[in-house]
Design a protein around this ligand. Structure first.
Ligand code: CTP
Length: 448
């Protein structure tokens, strides 16, 4: 009996998939099809998979060509499968020609002709989302250089009240349109990414939502709880997606860490300590913007995220203490939270350097994620028995912007109702903490 094996994602199942399975089956007597997990695809840079693994397997089975379906979840698995299952022929489409020649040591390798003019990527790009970027500074640049990793989204325009700045951004990133006319800009796009100065996020988001445009806004979305609530209500009313762009929330490693923390492996979670400090340049916005500058407005969202995710939105009390610069911005802030069943400490700084780590303490052990935990690549679980340490690592591609954009596109395309990775309620809770911090800073400044 001649055994054949082939692999693929088989997302948004199409004619090309059907044809390759038919041809693969014709090569032998028994066909095994490996279907990739979403996590494995993430590590290979394929991000916005639409269909669930279940659904993709069902579609492969429905063709009637597969005698057996297996799941592919790690690099190197093909070599193992081929040996273990005594495979005679490995086959894939001709788009992969040459890339699997290393398997010739174990079996015959056949590259089958690919079906013309059809692919998952092409299917997604038929309903392309025209995305406009508001602001053309540092963060917008980093975002733009990653946006092309997300299929189905195209950055078509950039807005800046200073037209020359928008123009230079557009030419640097190959964006076809730029403008200083906000209304015209809004009319030309389906969705916006807000990367303007902090104090302007809320107003831009409001205008975009009123014009029925989906919004991905840099953090902090709002400085007042009421404003955040209004924005989410507006999004609901206009049937638009509103997502706060806090990249940690959407990255795979951080979600793996949350899952592990909630699994009971460290018992019940009782304390979360998160620190993020970055010494910024004198003269920069972080130190000079007397209203919206400072450590907490810059990095508070990062340190709040694991706290809110793991201990909830309903803290009983929060106390801030800060070291302020003469102009009133906080060089360093500690926020101490009390929850019904736990405690938390969040530290941020632009003028004081500390160890940027995340520690989640439980009744049976603790999780330690070293700096930069906000781009989660690795973490450890420690126990009372200090000789036992479990280490975990995760993929984190680029600077992480592709993950938030991928989630945004997924929601716009109607594949999910809401983001569980960062909910409206969690984003509103963050605005609430931001509001309390601003009032603390004002009072503290007045008392000095
Ligand atoms: N395939 C094919 N003809 C196509 C599309 C895919 O023969 N038009 C083959 C691929 O070469 C591979 C298998 O189908 O052997 C599964 O491919 P997969 O990556 O799941 O599908 P694509 O449509 O190529 O997906 P994407 O656009 O996301 O790369």
């Amino acid at each position: 009996m001649k055994k054949v094996i082939t692999y693929g994602t088989f997302d948004l199942f199409h004619e090309g998939h059907f044809n390759i399975l038919r041809r693969a089956k014709e090569l032998g007597d028994y066909l095994i099809v490996g279907v990739t997990t979403e996590q494995y695809d993430e590590t290979r840079g394929k991000l916005n998979i639409v269909d669930s693994l279940d659904e993709r397997i069902r579609n492969v089975k429905a063709t009637g060509f597969a005698d057996e379906v297996i799941v592919e979840d790690h690099l190197g698995q093909k070599v193992e499968d081929i040996q273990k299952r005594e495979i005679d022929i490995f086959t894939v489409g001709s788009d992969w020609t040459g890339q699997f020649d290393y398997l010739r040591d174990y079996c015959e390798v056949v590259y089958l002709p690919r079906t013309e003019n059809v692919s998952t990527t092409l299917k997604k790009s038929r309903s392309i989302i025209k995305l406009g970027i508001i602001g053309s500074g540092r963060i917008a640049s980093r975002f733009a250089s990653e946006a092309h990793f997300v299929s189905g989204v195209h950055v078509t325009s950039v807005y800046n009240p200073r037209e020359e700045s928008a123009q230079s951004f557009a030419s640097r990133f190959g964006v076809s349109a730029f403008t200083d006319n906000f209304d015209a800009f809004l009319q030309s796009v389906d969705a916006v990414y807000i990367a303007s100065p902090h104090g302007t996020h809320c107003e831009y988001a409001k205008k975009a939502l009123q014009n029925k445009k989906h919004v991905l806004s840099e953090k902090p979305l709002a400085f007042f709880k009421k404003d955040a609530e209004e924005l989410y209500a507006l999004a609901r009313e206009n049937k638009c997606v509103l997502l706060e762009a806090l990249k940690t929330a959407y990255c795979p490693g951080f979600n793996q860490l949350l899952g592990l923390a909630r699994s009971g492996v460290i018992g019940s979670i009782r304390d979360v300590e998160a620190t993020f400090t970055r010494l910024t340049n004198d003269g920069g916005r972080e130190k000079e913007d007397e209203v919206f500058g400072g450590g907490w407005t810059e990095y508070g969202s990062y340190v709040l995220l694991p706290i809110i995710k793991l201990l909830g939105k309903d803290f009983e009390d929060v106390q801030f203490s800060s070291i302020l610069a003469p102009n009133g911005i906080d060089l360093y802030t500690k926020a101490s939270f009390k929850f019904k069943n736990g405690l938390a400490l969040a530290k941020t700084g632009v003028g004081v350097k500390s160890e940027g780590q995340l520690v989640i303490a439980g009744t049976k052990g603790y999780i330690l994620a070293p700096s930069p935990w906000w781009l989660t690549k690795e973490f450890e679980v420690h126990y009372e028995d200090f000789t036992k340490i479990d280490k975990y690592s995760a993929t984190f591609l680029g600077q992480g912007f592709r993950y938030e954009l991928s989630e945004f596109a997924y929601l716009i395309n109607g594949y999910g109702e809401r983001s569980y990775k960062f909910t409206a309620g969690e984003s509103i809770a963050m605005a609430d903490v931001m509001e309390r911090f601003m009032s603390h800073r004002k009072k503290f400044m007045e008392s000095q």
